[in-house]
Structure formats: structure tokens, C-alpha cells
Ligand binder design. Sequence first.
Ligand code: GDP
Ligand code: PGA
Ligand code: MN
Length: 612
Amino acid sequence: GDFHLLPAKVQRFVTEKVELMRPRGIYICDGSQHEADEITNKLIERGMLSPLKAYENNYICRTDPRDVARVESKTWMVTPDKYQTVTHTPEGVEPIMAHWLAPNDFSSELDSRFPGCMSGRIMYVIGFSMGPIGGPLSKIGVQLTDSNYVVLCMRIMTRMSPAIWDSLGDADFVRGIHSVGVPRPVREKVINHWPCNPDRVLIAHRPAEREIWSFGSGYGGNSLLGKKCFALRIASNIARDEGWMAEHMLIMGVTNPQGHERFIAAAFPSACGKTNLAMLEPTIPGWKVRVVGDDIAWMKFGADGQLYGINPENGFFGVAPGTSHKTNPMAMESFQKNSIFTNVAETVDGEYYWEGLEDEIKNPKVEMINWLGQKWHIGDAGKAAHPNSRFTAPAAQCPIIHPDWESPKGVPIDAIIFGGRRPEGVPLVFETFSWIHGIFVAACLKSETTAAAEFTGKSIMHDPFAMRPFMGYNFGQYLQHWMDLANAPKGEAARKVPKIFHVNWFRTNKEGKFLWPGFGDNIRVIDWIIRRLDGDDSHALKTPIGYVPTEGSINMDGLDPVKWDELMSVPKEYWQEDAKEVRKFFETQVGIDLPAEIRRELDEQEKRVAAM
Ligand code: GDP
Ligand code: PGA
Ligand code: MN
């Protein structure tokens, strides 16, 4: 690319950062196939990528085993006032939603990392759009990076093209600065040709400046800055200022056997089933699901009172293990070509492999290289793939991508679902009583920890709105923002707020086995949800936590017998304990920032449970 053709503001941004990070050269990306081929070939030569020769243009990459997931504990929001970022927690209680770094501390963290950090490396300049280029809900970002793996993945995950510069003109943009943090000459041994600096990882956001500084990691959630950093943490700040929402949600279009389509958004914590639900293959006849997005939704109420949502991304960055033709055939179809696999295993026949493909692999005795680079066979100790290994695939390759997935104004959202991994006490599905009760339920969202973050061992953690790791500002204000969105400004039509539901695919029996088959059978729950949207009042039982399906109201045709009571029950003792625990959570983690209406929802729910 030609530096002098970049918009003046971008030129200034690049010049400033070149002075700071001192790369040996600048490369302005155009997002073309030719450019991607060149970079790919260079990475193959260097040993960082290798072709998976069983497919067309698919590549595999193994990271340094210390760089495999997002690092929540090193992810910061930098704001002058602490309480712009975090809630007022009592003395000694660390806020779990957003971590605050004072501007002065940030300056010294920056000074000890970024000066000269690209020495001996090329700095790539990536102009990209989140959302269709030029769309009313879309936003432009510019990421600087010294990782060509990041360039290749950003090309899949975002819209990267010279058209960005024309669309941007003199306007402002979100600034992303990313370095793997390994300047040349390299002092320490680079493992797997994957430069990173795990001890010095820092992912910092300056929301007022719309700026992201990421250091030391090449892992997607830390390094593909368009994704969680921009599209959630920074965008939720922009969204609050501009009156819309940036959420950790899939968007799916669901057509019922009568041919009527509804759009649903759903928020689950990382590795809890968004990608799978978005691409669900219905097991009951007559239904059709098409995917708009699998991870992030930007949503705005129109002047007509309807909520519209876009998927700001251009690709899928999905969890590989557990993905198979049985569980998620449409994801499998999406990554047969032009995709990148990170930390999965590779067979000597040039195929990918991970846990969950046991029944599909052509030759179960085949020799493999596991994600750690060791020889491995099915049945050997250890794992073939890292539990958070990922595929990066172009969304357009998904056979059930929705024809309107790039609609600039978005698709009309009629329902919002929240959910998590809840082995105990939480029914398969319930409908909340109102917008405000729905906000309360989302604020109480909890889930068992997964490999998508650095936590070890299984425990149930709070993950409000599935946004805990992605919260961009004070959680109390975030709740207030959601509440305020129900009221239309003067001159606009009254807002049709979506109905809010909660689902739990992960309830287990005493032996720890899932009570619900999940995956394609989740359409049965979606069917019930859609009938509720259509005004079917006969199939819901009022319980203290919301409406649950009456027995027989979920289509079970063709399913092995399901233990209805175990799956649907709302145990009094469990919910009494839950209310106490939530009260403590609100007191210690939200404090005076908790809107009074949300506290009232808790009071009322606790009373309803007590009266059971
Ligand atoms: P995401 O990170 O939220 O997009 O989650 P994914 O859709 O990638 O799923 C993460 C993990 O949960 C994978 O191992 C899936 O196989 C598993 N999973 C997804 N949906 C279901 C379900 O309905 N039931 C069960 N038991 N597991 C599921
Ligand atoms: P996800 O998170 O599991 O929600 O797709 C991706 C990430 O690790 O950033
Ligand atoms: Mn996903």
C-alpha cells in the first residue's frame, strides 16, 4: 500500500507509533488474496504455519503453550475516574467486572513495554470495518501489529480492504496497537515459532480515546483487536454514548414450519454454546435456522420502535473441540477451505483432529502430531487438541449464512436469550416476566468456568450478561443503560422491547450426565420460545423465577425419553440459596451502583420463592 494515500489522521497515527515502536518497516495491508498468499508462504517457510493438505487453503498453527487463551487478569480499562470502569465495592473486595488501571500507572506500563518493541520486525497497518463498510451501525478501526498471523486472522474476522480508507475520510477511528512483545534480536528461545511474551502481557483499553493497547500475546481474543477489545469493550462505551448496545451475543434467524421467520439474539459466556446455537441443524422437521452472527451483536432501536441487530464480524473464531458433523455440521462445512486452525492436532494425512472427532476420523489408528507438537494416537494419554483450540473461518462459507447477514441496518430482533453452564437447579428454559425482570436475570447470570479463560478447575462464576470479561464500563451504569433503552426519545415510536428468556443446556443428573441432548435438539426449546413470542399463553407455568414450559408443551418426538421433572424443576431450596448468594453478589460487586429497580426485582423474586 501507499502511505501517502492513507487519510491524514491515519498517517499521523502510524507515524507516531512508528516512532514509539521502531519497526524495521511498514506494510499497509489491502486485504487481498495475493497479499494473504504472500504472508502465508512466508509463514510456512518460517515454520509457523503448515498447510493441512487434505483441504484447500487450510492451515494449522501451534502457539507457545503459554499463550492459549484470553488473560482476564491482565486486561484493563484505563479511565481518569476509577468508577467510570468499576463499581463501588467494599474495602478489600476486588471487582470482577472490568479491571481498572489508573492513567499514570498505564503510562508507566506502556513505557516499560512499547518503546522499541517492534525493533527488527515489520509493522502491519490494518484498516478494517466492523460491520458492512459504510453501514449506519458499522465502525472503522485501524490496527497496527507485528504479527502476520494476526494479519491473516483479521482478514478473515473483519472486513479489510482499501475501500476502508475512502469510507473513513477525515473521520475518527478506533485505534488498535498490538505487539507480540518480542523485539529483535530475540533474547529468549521462541517456542513453536510463536513469538510471545507471557510474563509481560497487557491488554489495555482507553475508552475515551477509543484506543486499545495489547502486548505480549498472539491469541485471538487478545490480539484480534476488532473482536472482544473493540466490538465489546470499546464499542459498549460508544454504544452507551450513542444509545445502542454492543453485546456478547449470537444472532440467528429461525423459520417455523409455517414459513414465518423470527430473529433471536443469545448471550452465553465463552465456550458455552453460541457458535453451536447460531448454526443449529434442527432435528424436528420443517424448521430452518440461518446464522447472522455467532459471537457479537451490535443492536439499536429504530425510530419504528423495533430493535435491529448486526453482526460486526466477518468470520467465526470458534472452539474446535466438540465440533463434529454430529454436533455442528454447518461449522464443519464453513472451515473446509480458507481457514486457520490454532492448537488442534494434525494427522499424517494432513487432516485436522480434536476431541469430538473420534467417530468421524477415516483412520482411527492414524498417527498424529498433537497440539504440543508430540506424536499422538487416539487412546494415548493427554489431549490431541487444547480445549480452547480454535478454527478461524470466513462467515460467508457457512452454507446456512443468512442472506441478510450483511444488511447494513440489521435484522429485527424479537427475543433475547441468556444462558450458561448450570449443572444444578436451573430449568432447561424459562421466560422472564418483563424487560426489567429479564435485566435482573441477566445480571445474575452464572456459569461453570471453561477453557476460554485462564481459570483452572470447575467452579460456578458470576458472568452477568455473559459480559464479565468484556465489560467496558461501570456495571451499574451498564444496567441503567439497558433499562433506559426501553424508553423511546420524543418523536419516536414506543419501543417494542424483546422478550427475555433464560436457557440451560447443561443441567446434569446425579451421575453428572447431561439431562438434555442439546445441539440440534435445542430447536425444540426455540420452538417453545417462538410460540411464546406468537402469544401462545396455554403452555407456560408461572413459577417464582419465570414461566416454564408445561409438561408436553415441548416437542419431544423422536427423542430418547427425557427426565422432565429433573430437567424442568425449580427447587425451592436451591433458589432460596441462590437469592441469598445473588444478594451478596449485588452487595459486594455492584454496591451503590445497583439500580433500585434491580434490587426490587431481587426482593420480589426472593418473596415469591419463599412463598413456594
Ligand atoms: P461459544 O464459545 O459460546 O461459541 O461456544 P461453542 O458453541 O463453541 O461451544 C463450546 C462447547 O460447548 C463445545 O465443546 C460444544 O460442543 C459445547 N456445546 C455447545 N452447545 C451444546 C449443547 O447444547 N449441549 C452440550 N452438552 N454441549 C454443547
Ligand atoms: P468465545 O471467545 O469463546 O466467546 O468465542 C473467544 C475468545 O476467547 O476471545
Ligand atoms: Mn463461539
